[in-house]
Design a protein around this ligand. Structure first.
Ligand SMILES: [Zn+2]
Length: 95
């Protein structure tokens, strides 16, 4: 079950809802309301699964392509765009 992509849940859920809504409307009863509810629930499940998968894929945190830069004098970590060490003032030469 865990391998079913969320989009399948959404599709099946929508089909459930539409099918039971149409059948419901034709028969003018509300016996299928339960199935509409199931469809809505499946859509919700699909959305949640989809959202989770999106969250799992995205954490490619923009690792600033620049390598970490360290001051050659005091060794403190610097931002790649720093021109001078903010600790000892040593000039950093861009690589
Ligand atoms: Zn320094």
């Amino acid at each position: 079950m865990a391998k079913i992509p969320g989009i399948i849940y959404i599709c099946v859920g929508i089909m459930f809802m539409v099918a039971s809504y149409i059948l419901d409307a034709k028969r003018e009863t509300s016996k299928l309301t339960f199935f509409i509810f199931i469809g809505a629930f499946m859509v919700l499940m699909g959305l949640v699964k989809w959202a989770i998968s999106m969250l799992k894929k995205s954490p490619k945190k923009e690792k600033s392509s620049a390598k970490p830069v360290y001051c050659g004098v005091c060794g403190s970590a610097l931002r790649s765009f720093d021109n001078f060490c903010n600790k000892c003032g040593n000039r950093i030469f861009g690589s």
